[in-house]
Write a protein that binds this ligand. Structure first.
Ligand code: PAF
Length: 285
């Protein structure tokens, strides 16, 4: 594995690999790698000749008072994990390199961001879209791999690719969970041990709702959302619910006809971490 820290260096690498007709898979991350990231690398290795992984904690996608400073960082650990899992290039720019001067043009996401994390983190997806667009321009991959834990991010990035006619395929990869069901997240290290134990209730509840929706053919969406909230409220002592929402996926619109791909997404605040999780299912009309 080689490490590249500059855009110029990355451009030179890309140019030489393109001339050798090798396909590039891209795994964008903010580091502090966990099995979820490793599954993205694995998938990229299966589908492309070479894998570039970026590690960049993007200030543009954090709002005021959010955990930019507290976001876990460990370059040596990330580099060894990336190398051990077969990443070819670790792109590790600093903030100066990516934003030498404040950007005069940024992207604004208009659809699908008044719900879920977009609702509670205004401007977050503008920052995500802007950095992902920059990274795609720098790395020029054939495919980019995103985890379904942040399903709204997958939806936003897919729309961006369509709207800007980008010649790239976005691959959405299933959520990776700990044995007790907690979705893997870099932020899990910021949970206390009692918060960590409690957080397993989130996925247990999501599974119960999916079961209710599918096996019991419950089509009362406000009722299902209410049930989810009450269930979480009764089980979470330290966690505070940010949102619970059922939407069409990937459109992220309010379901009118209760049919097709549905997503139930939740976010819960803990003292030093905000956790998100979701479950999807196909609803027959
Ligand atoms: O999912 C993340 O880690 C980030 O939002 C991403 C895609 C790397 C952009 O900063």
């Amino acid at each position: 594995m080689i490490e590249i820290n500059t855009i110029k260096g990355m451009n030179e690498w890309t140019k030489s690999k393109k001339s050798e007709k090798l396909s590039v898979g891209f795994v964008p991350t903010m580091g502090f790698l966990h099995e979820g990231h490793l599954s993205l690398i694995e998938r990229a290795k299966q589908e492309t000749d070479l894998v570039v992984m970026s590690v960049f904690v993007n200030p543009l996608q954090f709002g005021e008072g959010e955990d930019f400073d507290d976001y876990p960082r460990d370059k040596q650990r990330d580099a060894s994990l990336a190398e051990a899992h077969g990443v070819d290039v670790l792109f590790y720019p600093d903030v100066e390199e990516m934003y030498p001067t404040p950007l005069s043009v940024t992207l604004k996401v208009h659809q699908g961001v008044d719900v879920l994390c977009g609702g509670s983190r205004p401007g977050h997806f503008d920052g995500v879209a802007t950095i992902v667009m920059k990274l795609l321009q720098i790395i020029e991959p054939e495919k980019a791999f995103f985890g379904m834990k942040d399903a709204q991010q997958v939806s936003v990035i897919k729309r961006m690719v369509t709207d800007f006619n980008l010649k790239i395929e976005i691959v959405a990869v299933e959520i990776v969970r700990d044995e007790d069901g907690l979705a893997k997240s870099s932020r899990n290290v910021n949970l206390s041990s009692s918060e960590r134990a409690e957080a397993t209730k989130i996925y247990q509840t999501l599974k119960q709702v999916k079961h209710k929706a599918l096996d019991k053919h419950t089509s009362d969406i406000p009722g299902l959302e209410r049930w989810t909230k009450n269930q979480l409220k009764s089980q979470l002592i330290e966690g505070e619910i940010d949102y619970v929402q059922i939407l069409n996926f990937p459109e992220l619109t309010m379901p009118t006809d209760y049919e097709g791909e549905m997503i139930l997404a939740v976010a819960v605040y803990y003292e030093r971490a905000r956790l998100i999780d979701n479950i999807t299912w196909h609803q027959r009309g």
